[in-house]
Each structure stands twice: as structure tokens, then as C-alpha cells.
Design a protein around this ligand. Structure first.
Ligand code: AN7
Length: 346
């Protein structure tokens, strides 16, 4: 039914708010039994890649776009490592408004680029990293009066809390541990706010430890200092100066959680494990938490039997190039049954 309808009573939605809806949210929460038993935990994956544009961004975008329209916005702008732009472009198309998206040139996965172009956004590739594109998007917003729909727009994080509420409703309570990739650090902050909100309302008894995972080459929250030249195969989280760093630190501190980094090789291994052991294809950034849980297990820091939810933030189909560079090529054969018999025997 879309998050504005499902959670309207907990969101700043009034009778004047346009009912924007792409049936986002209500994503599956899947038990990952085989990997969970390898890790000695009860592991669940929240399949945010099942959202209409294939990532969690739709949860926040729907409210950001609806409130901007309510306030009279005529056009949208965002900077993005790919998923925000795909989502912004889709919702702008949905409401018939122009959308300008600024991307770090050459560093956005192919599927995400295809989405933004297909939805009809004006796509601008900037010679600079994400952090620079965000500065430029802010300036363009001020100069032209475009509504900015990055997570500096408060409605984004307000509505991204819905992910935590769905998890609590599915499990009957919050998990012991919440594992999530961290780029601009908005989602971890939104989930923590969501868990706290449900707890305060008496809808859940527990509060989870918030465990944030970054790629080693873009890990300012782990090292404690800004990263001027972020680099990682997980382009979605190739961010050196997270906008919501303070909120995210607060989430980790208040919840008894922490930040950890994982290498690109660990991320890609985790991506293959998730796909081949659970049938779930998630994009590289989304696999940082699994890589991190495997690492915690190895160092004896993953409490046996704990209930852990991982947010699988984006669909693997968004980045086919990275996936194909990791796996063996298909077996090519001629068109005879002998060829096939030979191939099956191999
Ligand atoms: C799949 O699209 O920042 O820590 O511009 O696409 O809330 O930033 C994407 C981020 C995790 C990190 N997983 O979330 C963008 C963008 C995926 C993502 C993150 C992103 P935040």
C-alpha cells in the first residue's frame, strides 16, 4: 500500500500531502538459515532491493517528494552515488516534475545510471567524487529553488524509519543486533530513530545494537577522520564525508553498537556467499554487513545465538559489471546434444 499509507499515522502526512505512491516498503524479511547457522546466530535479511527502484531509497524519497510538492516545489535536484538518483528520478517522473541528478563521473553502477536516464531525469556527470556533487547540488538548490532530495532533506530520514517498524512488526520485537552498510550515514540514523520510536510507543521491548559497516577505502566513521579520496568497489558507499556522521555516531554510542570496516575482497566474497547460499543477489555495498559479521565471528566477537537483522539495501542487478567480473564465464557449446552431454559432464 506504500509507506505513506501504511505508516501515515506516524509520519508528517496531512490531508494536504499529495498521496504519492509506488507501493514502496513492505519488503520481505527473509530468514538466512544456512549462513546464520555457519555464524552461530539467527540471521535475517531485509530485502530492500525489492522496492520499486531496487533500493531502500524509495522509503524516504516518497515522503520527500510528497512534502516538496505540498510546499509548491516545481523541480527536484540530488547528488548521488546512484541509488538516490534512481529513486528521485522515478518519483519525479511519477509526479510529472523535472529532476536534475548529479553523479560522480564514471563511478556509478550501470543499472542505476540506466534507471535515472530511463525515468527521464537530466543526468549530469561531475568530474569529482560524491562529496563534491553534494556541495554542488546544495548550491543548485539554493540558486534555482529546486527541492533537494538528498538525506539533508529531513523527510528522507523521517520516512526511512519505516524499515525499522516493519522489522519490529515482522519479528514481534526488535532484533538483538542491526547490521547495516554506512555511506552518508543517513540510513543507520533513521533505523535507530525508528527503533527508538517504536520502543517509546510500547510497540517493541528491545533496542538493537546498531552495527555500521563501511568499506575500508571509505571508512571515515571507523578511522574517525574525513576521507578526502574515498575508493571502493562498493560504489554506493564511496563517500568520504558523511552528512549524518554525528547522528550515526550517536546511534552507535547510545545502542552499544560500533562501526567496522571490511575490505573490497571481503565484500565481494560475502556477495557470492549470499547469492550462492541463500539465493539473494544484493549489490556490493549491501554485502558489507555480511562481510563484517563474518569478520566479527572470526575474531570471536559475534555473540552466539543472537538475533541479527541485516539490511540488504540494494538489488544486485544494479551492478552487473562488478558481479560478472567475479564469476566464471558461461560454458559455450555448439548446438548438438553431444556438445551438451560433454558440457554437463565437465
Ligand atoms: C545500496 O544513492 O548515498 O549510509 O547517493 O545505495 O544512508 O548513505 C547511497 C547509499 C547503502 C548507504 N547501500 O546508505 C546515494 C547513496 C546502498 C546505497 C547505502 C547506499 P547511507
Amino acid at each position: 500500500m506504500g509507506v505513506l499509507k501504511r505508516y501515515g499515522e506516524y509520519l508528517p502526512v496531512t490531508e494536504k500531502t499529495p498521496a504519492v505512491n509506488l507501493e514502496e516498503g513492505s519488503t520481505p524479511l527473509v530468514r538466512l538459515g544456512r549462513i546464520g547457522s555457519d555464524l552461530g546466530i539467527e540471521l535475517w535479511g531485509k530485502l530492500e532491493g525489492c522496492n520499486p527502484t531496487g533500493s531502500f531509497k524509495d522509503r524516504g524519497m516518497v515522503l520527500a517528494v510528497a512534502k516538496a510538492l505540498e510546499d509548491g516545489a516545481k523541480a527536484f535536484v540530488c547528488a548521488s552515488t546512484g541509488n538516490t538518483s534512481a529513486s528521485a528520478a522515478a518519483y519525479a517522473a511519477r509526479v510529472g516534475a523535472p529532476c536534475y541528478v548529479l553523479l560522480p563521473s564514471g563511478k556509478v553502477a550501470m543499472g542505476k545510471l540506466a534507471q535515472s536516464l530511463m525515468y527521464g531525469a537530466k543526468v549530469i556527470a561531475v568530474d569529482g567524487n560524491f562529496d563534491r556533487t553534494l556541495e554542488m547540488a546544495r548550491e543548485a538548490s539554493a540558486k534555482y529553488g529546486f527541492a533537494i532530495v538528498n538525506s539533508i532533506n529531513p523527510y528522507r530520514l523521517i520516512s526511512q524509519r519505516t524499515g525499522a517498524w516493519e522489522i519490529c512488526e515482522s519479528l514481534g520485537d526488535a532484533p538483538d543486533m542491526h547490521a547495516i552498510p554506512v555511506g552518508n550515514a543517513g540510513n543507520i540514523s533513521a533505523y535507530w530513530a525508528g527503533y527508538r520510536e517504536f520502543h517509546k510507543r510500547g510497540r517493541s521491548k528491545k533496542l538493537p545494537r546498531m552495527m555500521g559497516f563501511q568499506a575500508e577505502g571509505a571508512s571515515p566513521l571507523v578511522t574517525g577522520k574525513e576521507c578526502p579520496n574515498p575508493e571502493t568497489v562498493a560504489t554506493a558507499i564511496r563517500i568520504g564525508n558523511p552528512v549524518s556522521a554525528n547522528l550515526a555516531r550517536e546511534a552507535a554510542r547510545e545502542s552499544g553498537g560500533e562501526f567496522n570496516s571490511v575490505t573490497d575482497a571481503e565484500i565481494l566474497d560475502a556477495q557470492r556467499v549470499l547469492a550462492s547460499k541463500c539465493g539473494i543477489f544484493a549489490e556490493p555495498a549491501s554485502c558489507a554487513p555480511l562481510a563484517g559479521l563474518i569478520k566479527l565471528k572470526r575474531s570471536g566477537r559475534l555473540p552466539e545465538g543472537s538475533k541479527v537483522v541485516m539490511v540488504l539495501t540494494g538489488n544486485g542487478l544494479k551492478d552487473p559489471d562488478t558481479a560478472l567480473s567475479q564469476v566464471e564465464k558461461p560454458v559455450s557449446i555448439g548446438g548438438t546434444m553431444e556438445d551438451l552431454i560433454e558440457a554437463i559432464r565437465l
